[in-house]
Design a protein around this ligand. Structure first.
Ligand code: KMH
Ligand code: ZN
Length: 276
């Protein structure tokens, strides 16, 4: 089995400090939390940023500050969100890639997201995929429902995404794909041969689905974006605490933890030069 790539999704767009007092919010807090997660075993940092009021933003300058700050401290892979928050326009969402991160997310369809709608129509998805391709930024395909997998295959046929494709199954968002291991088994069975995949379980499903993913040979995403608790009724102390726990489980399952260099190799980052 491959070494485990652990992704730390530390901030997100929805969680507040009132809900999780240890949520990193300022660029300096996000950089420090990323380094802690890297030291605990993360090879990929999934990045969202917040404005001075703590609200989600896709401000390109804030993303640049965070990505450059992380790069100055360690070689962990930087993966920016192009999803942003449900109220944001497409142009706003794409500002995050201006700082030339290693990777960026790409959601391949529209889904209910709680009471909101996470809007990703075909035109938007193709535009995002093209922009990433032209910028030499490797996408991670975010799958919030099964049909998004078929849409990703369509992009693959169009040459907008190329092998090896990294998929992240986001399971348990209210309105989206349920956190059911049977769904996971089905989706993994549908993947093209050279793919890699991880699971981001929401809330209490984070630990169980990440563990199942490790046992199946996949990779795992943990962090406050998806889950703020260590266990029922007990808030996690930090994102790094959640990373350290899944790293411990991986070792128990005889899955070594991927270094960022190993993860770069598995994901074949830098596989196409920027044409911008
Ligand atoms: N905040 C969600 C609406 C991503 O980062 O690409 C979208 C999201 C996915 O978080
Ligand atoms: Zn995200």
């Amino acid at each position: 089995m491959q070494p485990v790539m652990i992704t730390a999704a530390m901030v997100g767009a929805e969680v507040t400090r009132a809900e999780q007092p240890n949520l990193p919010v300022t660029p300096q807090e996000i950089i420090a939390a990323a380094v802690e997660c890297y030291e605990a075993g993360a090879s990929i940092i999934h990045i969202h940023v917040r404005d001075a009021q703590g609200n989600a933003t896709q401000d390109g300058q804030l993303f640049r500050e965070v990505v450059e700050g992380i790069r100055a401290r360690c070689d962990v892979i930087t993966q920016v969100s192009t999803g942003g928050a449900v109220w944001m326009s497409a142009e706003e969402r794409l500002q995050s890639i201006e700082c030339q991160p290693d990777m960026a997310t790409l959601t391949t369809g529209t889904v209910n997201f709680g009471n909101g709608i996470f809007m990703n129509n075909r035109g938007l998805v193709e535009t995002f995929a093209r922009r990433l391709r032209e910028s030499g930024i490797v996408p991670e395909i975010e799958i919030f429902d099964v049909g998004m997998l078929d849409e990703a295959m369509r992009l693959h046929k169009m040459g907008l995404i190329t092998d090896p494709v990294q998929f992240d199954f986001v399971m348990g968002v209210p309105g989206g794909l349920g956190a059911n291991p049977a769904h996971l088994a089905h989706m993994v069975g549908c993947l093209p041969p050279h793919s890699t995949w991880s699971v981001a379980g929401i809330g209490r499903h984070q630990l169980t689905l990440a563990t199942i993913a490790l046992a199946m040979g996949g990779h795992a995403r943990v962090g406050f974006e998806d889950n703020i608790y260590y266990r029922k009724g007990q808030l996690a102390q930090s994102n790094a605490q959640l990373v350290a726990r899944i790293a411990r489980i991986a070792r128990e399952l005889d899955r070594p933890i991927a270094t960022p260099a190993q993860a770069r190799n598995l994901l074949q980052l830098g596989r196409y030069p920027s044409t911008m």
